[in-house]
Design a binder for this molecule. Structure first.
Ligand SMILES: [Zn+2]
Length: 230
């Protein structure tokens, strides 16, 4: 074998007409996926649940293979399509009838923030760090947790936020990136500080070290108290 052999790279030993077959195969794959999305009744991908994503990925993989591998026949892919569709319909129907099954498949909304504090049980259970929510919070115009009355992680991965009115905002943990937020084991000056893990705030004096009474963690960040302008 020689490197950069253009015949091998572009077509290998296929005849040029195989490109025509590829066009037909791609059309077949396109129709299969399109019909699936139409028949399943989804309106867009933003509302795809984990379960639907699995179905789409499986179908996508089958449709991808059939579109350009000369040795993948068309009918088995049609069978994948029919099987997935039957499974999908059956699952959706069962989910409609049984709330327990539905919760198990799709999950439940989880409360992440309550009264300006992280719900540690939720975070531990979800196996994600609070950092992962900071970007989401910033994108929704949040500067610190003291602005947020309630934060709920929806089953589609979106976060729903409910805010304190301007006069109810309290000091809270900054959600800004590291460059705009300092962290200290020993606080440099007197002021109100927030626990970087759970958002608990307390006044601290210059040079003080403290263990968070809520989560037993020892890093503190100056609490912010701006109201939310948006
Ligand atoms: Zn804490």
């Amino acid at each position: 074998m020689s490197a950069f052999d253009w015949q091998r790279m572009l077509l290998a030993d296929m005849p040029l007409l195989f490109l025509g077959e590829v066009a037909f195969r791609a059309l077949f794959a396109f129709v299969v996926v399109f019909v699936f999305l139409k028949v399943s009744g989804r309106r867009g991908i933003r509302q795809l649940s984990l379960f639907e994503l699995v179905v789409i990925l499986t179908l996508g993989s089958a449709a991808g293979d059939v579109s350009f591998y000369d040795d993948v026949p068309l009918l088995p892919v049609a069978m994948v399509f029919v099987t997935l569709l039957v499974l999908y319909r059956a699952t959706v129907m069962t989910m409609r009838r049984s709330e327990r099954f539905s919760d198990w498949m799709e999950g439940k909304p989880v409360t992440i923030i309550k009264d300006g504090l992280y719900e540690l049980n939720s975070l531990d259970h979800l196996n994600i760090s609070s950092d992962e929510f900071f970007m989401e919070l910033r994108q929704q115009g949040v500067e610190h947790l003291g602005q947020v009355r309630l934060g709920i992680l929806e089953t589609d991965g979106d976060m729903s936020l409910y805010f304190f009115a301007a006069h109810e905002v309290k000091p809270g943990l900054s959600v800004l990136p590291g460059a705009h937020r300092s962290e200290h084991q020993q606080v440099p000056e007197a002021g109100t500080y927030a626990c970087v893990r759970c958002g608990y705030t307390q006044p601290m004096s210059s040079g003080q070290q403290a263990c968070c009474p809520r989560c037993a963690q020892r890093s503190w960040s100056p609490a912010l108290s701006h109201e939310r302008l948006r």
